[in-house]
Design a protein around this ligand. Structure first.
Ligand code: SAM
Length: 313
């Protein structure tokens, strides 16, 4: 009973993420033709939240596109706790090449996504008319599965594999604000399984860090207030421990940067100018503080030296 109330709150965090993304799209930061279909009505968010969604999206896209551009065979992507994420649709409409895109979320969230895709012509056309749609979706390059990530190895791996997931292909795993809601015992089992069972793989995470300083504890408290039954948020204390999560579980290389670094180092100065004109950002100090409490961490595992050079760059 207690667990199911908590799970409900965890599922609810998806609405928040989608709402912030749509607000950022509607204000001109991000381009995403599809996110609007996943919400009933748009809500305007503060400039700090909008710019935060922008930097998150831009940073993740940069890494994902890099992964797709490395020429080492067919590519798979597995999005853990995908919620209403629209990345599959955006990658396809920008003609990015990949072999298969898998998404996993709790049955309730998956059911909602299925219903939206099924009744939306634009979305279902992208998936293709050979797709089989039931309580999950099985299409030629897309597969939406329902399940509990706490049962990743026992339940989800076999179902991924029976739907075309191939351990020998180079595979990207994504976790965008997901593992933070899981007990580290459970999330680390996933990290370790991938680190020991795949040879060419990359893991990208976006989530909160620094839970213990004054700002961090208020920030996490606010997330709990918005999702009233949510108790467990398991933030790693810093960038070093984020990297360690992989390095101690079979991965050969890991990086972690906070969102201030992402903004400064990975976003084109032309973009800095463009977005500075979209809205007045008065609370610059608060933005920097917030950005220092979120990070993108990524890790990879490869077999050849030439691959290592590509993934390193
Ligand atoms: N990744 C999406 C994004 O960034 O837009 C959604 C993020 S939302 C904050 C977290 C998602 O993780 C929710 O959709 C939730 O249902 C999912 N999730 C959390 N724990 C999960 C679990 N144990 N099994 C399946 N899904 C889970």
């Amino acid at each position: 009973e207690d667990i199911s109330i908590q799970d409900n709150a965890i599922r609810g965090t998806n609405e928040d993420a989608a709402m912030s993304k749509l607000s950022s799209v509607n204000t001109g930061y991000i381009q995403d033709e599809y996110i609007k279909y996943f919400l009933k009505r748009p809500t305007k968010r503060s400039p700090i939240i909008n710019i935060g969604s922008y930097v998150r999206n831009k940073g993740l896209d940069t890494l994902i596109i890099k992964f797709l551009e490395i020429e080492d065979g067919k590519k798979q992507i597995v999005s853990l706790g995908a919620g209403s994420d629209t990345r599959y649709f955006n990658l396809k409409s920008s003609s990015r090449k990949f072999h298969k895109y898998f998404e996993i979320d709790f049955p309730e969230n998956t059911a909602k996504k299925v219903a939206i895709i099924q009744t939306n012509k634009e979305l279902s056309e992208i998936i293709g008319d050979d797709a089989r749609i039931g309580s999950e979706i099985y299409a030629s390059d897309y597969c939406l599965l329902s399940g509990d990530l706490r049962e990743f190895i026992e339940d989800l791996v076999p179902r991924l594999e029976s739907n075309g997931f191939d351990r020998s292909l180079s595979t990207l795993f994504l976790s965008e604000c997901v593992m933070i809601y899981m007990d580290p015992m459970d999330s680390n089992k996933i990290v370790e399984w991938i680190g020991t069972n795949l040879n060419t793989t990359m893991f990208i995470v976006y989530e909160q860090i620094l839970p213990n300083d004054a700002f961090g504890s208020i920030m996490l408290q606010n997330i709990k207030l918005r999702n009233i039954e949510l108790r467990g948020i398991h933030a790693y204390p810093n960038l070093e421990s984020q990297k360690d999560r992989y390095l101690s579980r079979g991965w050969i290389h890991a990086e972690a940067v906070d969102m201030n670094e992402v903004y400064d180092l990975y976003i084109d100065p032309k973009e800095h100018i463009r977005i500075s004109k979209l809205e007045m950002l008065d609370e610059l100090e608060e933005w920097h503080l917030l950005a220092s409490h979120y990070c993108i961490a990524w890790a990879y595992k490869v077999t050849t030296e030439s691959q290592k050079v590509l993934y390193d760059s």
